[in-house]
Design a protein around this ligand. Sequence first.
Ligand code: C5P
Length: 304
Amino acid sequence: MSVTVRVPAKVNVQLAVGAARPDGFHDLANVFLAVGLHDEVTATPADALRVTCEGPDAGEVPLDTTNLAARAALALAGRRGIEPNVHLHIAKDIPVAGGMAGGSADGAGALLACDTLWQTGASRAELLSICAELGSDVPFALVGGAALGTGRGEKLRVLEVGGTFHWVFAMAGRGLSTPAVFREFDRLAEGLEIHGPVASEEIAEALAKGDPEALAAAVSNDLQPAALSLFPGLADTLAAGRAAGALAGLVSGSGPTTAFLARDAESAERVARALTASGTCRTVRTAPAPAPGATVLGAPVTGG
Ligand code: C5P
């Protein structure tokens, strides 16, 4: 018997960053939007905990207990006093170290897959609390849709979304480490007065109306200067996407994936073609938003 869970990537349509806290994290006002790029995590009973991965970036995915999928299985098994004997297979389509929370998605996916496989009957609240222990972006991967994340991003308030938003994502030739980008944020902020992060009302309204122009006018990412400082070539990708008619272009989360909001599906295809032709990025994908959170595919199948 095995259980497969599908989990979405995210883009941050707002990422307001406060000053570094004593625990090293930063307070955020972080508007997550789940997008239709997915990983699938399959949990199958095994003799011991094992992680495997397939997909174009599989070689860059750690297969030890630093993988959030493994840590999710360990966390749930530890709480239930059971052995974490499970094979977690990740079919990876979300870029690795790309600022789209792919590792976090795998954590949420593995947690839901193990909960289903082991029939642990964890409540939604318990699953969310395990997710928050695993990482700041993990609870959102479970919830999907759109949400405002505060604290270090783990405290979620679901936001209404009144339509489909068409996105284009340009994946870069290498990854960026999230802690390194936050450190660069701190370095660039030295000597400046950093205010507490404030959630944008314009963004919540634009999402609720399903209005891409209004959303494009309001998107912001305080980590973008830090990502550009560590990866200056991203400026060329941003310029290429904007020149091709994207309503907005921004770095996704801590980057280096760049995200472009298009007026409609046709325009997204045009922007994607222009970005591919620009030679400023590795691959280009289009994806609609919002996407649902972690979802168990079908019923548990026997014989897998
Ligand atoms: O929570 P997560 O493990 O995903 O965070 C990865 C790293 O990103 C943290 O160790 C920290 O350096 C940085 N971070 C931060 N403030 C946040 C979230 C993440 O400084 N709110």
